[in-house]
Design a protein around this ligand. Structure first.
Ligand code: ACO
Length: 513
């Protein structure tokens, strides 16, 4: 743990608290009242979030934003107890008490360094670590790309509130933030945009392949995109990240991230038997996306609505596909392999494969007067309402809040209907599933927004894959720049070796001479 504990008084301002954290190079401090009793914890994330919400740091007191009456550890507690607390409560820092005195502050990083997994050592075998199933609550890497704080309904990209970014920034600005690490100034943005536009050019070999993939039987857009990404990386001669400089890795990342929507739309138009549409160099990412889809310049309102959806879905903590991309990169493999694997992980219904299901539920309900009966019947039959509930968010999913606004601004009958169904669903869930903390998730309005701007349903997940490519490439570059092979172990639970072969087994097998 960090000791002695960095402490602040509960009546100092956020600005002063921030100075204390900076000066001590720590992420959190214990908050003490006038009698030196522990009354709270304040972290740099609390400060960041408050400022993101427009709170004035120079006049707001720490007591207004801190976590009150924090759960505390004791100096005699075991590391395993600390790990459980971090896992159960999703805090990043916990105060450690010696009697009544705050003796130090334990951060999740300290615990991860020494023992983020429980030691299990069956007699006579080598020690192995057993992490919880699904690695839930286990930090397996350090990242500066972004994070999700489920209890607070907050996620950020490199410290910036992601919803705020989606409200105020362009796709290219946030893309730059995620892959280059900073929000660009005007000159940086112009240079970056020029690079992204140049990177949209398709290699000639790929053009031919796309036409053939698009007419295969059982064509499915996401599987076709996965194939196209893999082939494109080969056609571009991508090399193992292990042999590349950090700049070269980032160049490969940018090339594929810029090309993904071009590949997707070309496949789509080929498949529809329509003439393909080249990206217009005068259009930004989102407008170009729609123009390649429809062949027409999109209405600015539609392009902006899509842009906001795309920004909101660029990254989301250490999700399965991001982890997949990092595992592949950790082997030193090329950027194309990592992105191909990430798309494969995203394709699963438990991850990105289900955004059209909420819209299907709206279709099944059909009209507002049927909503309550339909939703009750679904829950009564043990079904889940699509677009509600989340593993991490136990309060409003911040993405759904903005997407509701975006959908409402786009207007239309479907949006009205969706809002009615949402309200009814929340009432029905509160009544039939009390205490489960079920709120609207990103999927509910994502489908409505994409539908409103003209994206076909089978292109919802591939559209998600395009924006998430930005997050994946930021993670790939981060992994490659500070790499260590990710190679965990498994706890063997099969028959005890060595198992004898049955008598005479294999005697009659003939081998080639
Ligand atoms: N509708 C009705 N009940 C629900 C819902 C829902 N959408 N979600 C959870 N519950 C209930 C469960 O039935 C369970 O009730 P019980 O205590 O009576 O058994 C309780 O809430 C807790 O459920 P868990 O399974 O523990 O919740 P978990 O965190 O595993 O589930 C998940 C999260 C998978 C997203 C779930 O809420 C769900 O299936 N939602 C519907 C599908 C959906 O919208 N998916 C997109 C998610 S967003 C994304 O992934 C990007």
């Amino acid at each position: 743990m960090h000791k002695p504990a960095v402490v602040v008084s509960d009546d100092i301002t956020l600005t002063d608290a921030s100075r204390v954290l900076d000066a001590n190079k720590v992420g959190a401090a214990a908050v003490l009242d006038g009698e030196h009793r522990l009354v709270g914890m304040v972290s740099e994330r609390d400060l960041l979030r408050s400022v993101g919400h427009g709170i004035d740091p120079s006049s707001t007191r720490v007591s207004e934003v801190m976590t009150r009456d924090p759960i505390a550890l004791h100096t005699t507690d075991r590391v395993a107890t600390a790990l459980e607390m971090f896992r159960d409560h999703r805090f990043r820092h916990l105060p450690v008490l010696d009697g009544d005195r705050v003796a130090g502050i334990l951060s999740i990083r300290h615990v991860v360094r020494v023992a983020h997994i429980e030691e299990v050592q069956p007699a006579g075998s080598a020690p192995v670590g057993l992490a919880p199933r699904g690695l839930e609550g286990v930090a397996v890497a350090e990242t500066a790309v972004g994070d999700v704080r489920g209890e607070e309904g907050f996620f950020h990209y490199r410290g910036h509130n992601a919803v705020e970014l989606a409200r105020r920034c362009s796709f290219e600005q946030v893309w730059h933030l995620l892959v280059e690490g900073t929000l660009p100034d005007d000159a940086q943005l112009a240079a970056f945009t020029e690079r992204t536009v140049a990177a949209r050019r398709l290699p000639a070999d790929v053009v031919d392949l796309l036409g053939r993939v698009a007419v295969l039987p059982n064509y499915a857009p996401l599987a076709a995109l996965r194939t196209a990404v893999s082939f494109t990386a080969s056609a571009l001669g991508f090399e193992a990240t292990l042999d590349l400089s950090a700049d070269q890795v980032r160049t490969d990342c940018m090339r594929l991230a810029a090309l993904v929507p071009v590949l997707l739309m070309r496949l789509h138009r080929h498949h529809q038997g329509l003439p393909t549409v080249d990206p217009d160099p005068d259009l930004g990412y989102a407008a170009s996306f729609l123009q390649m889809l429809t062949g027409e310049r999109p209405a600015p309102r539609a392009a902006r609505a899509l842009e906001q959806y795309l920004i909101l879905t660029m990254d989301h903590g250490f999700n399965s596909s991001t982890f997949t991309a990092r595992v592949i990169t950790s082997t030193g493999s090329d950027v194309g392999s990592a992105l191909t694997g990430a798309i494969g992980a995203l394709a699963g219904p438990l991850h990105g494969g289900a955004p059209s299901r909420a819209l299907a539920m709206l279709d099944a309900i059909g009209s507002p007067d049927r909503a309550a009966d339909y939703l009750r019947a679904e829950i009564g039959a043990g079904q889940r309402l699509m677009g509600f509930g989340h593993r991490v968010y136990k309060t409003d999913d911040p993405r759904s809040t903005l997407l509701r606004e975006v959908a409402t601004e786009l207007g239309g009958e479907q949006v009205e209907f969706a809002r009615h169904v949402e309200g009814t669903a929340l009432e029905v869930l509160a009544e039939l599933k009390p205490g489960r903390r079920l709120y609207t998730n990103v999927e509910f309005y994502a489908g409505v927004v994409m539908n409103s701007v003209g994206i076909p349903r089978d292109m919802f997940t591939p559209t998600f894959a395009c924006s998430r490519t930005v997050g994946w490439t930021a993670a790939i570059a981060e992994q490659a720049a500070n790499n260590r092979l990710i190679r965990p172990s498994a706890l063997y639970v099969g028959p005890q070796p060595p198992q004898a072969l049955p008598d005479g087994y294999g005697a009659a097998t003939r081998f080639e001479q």
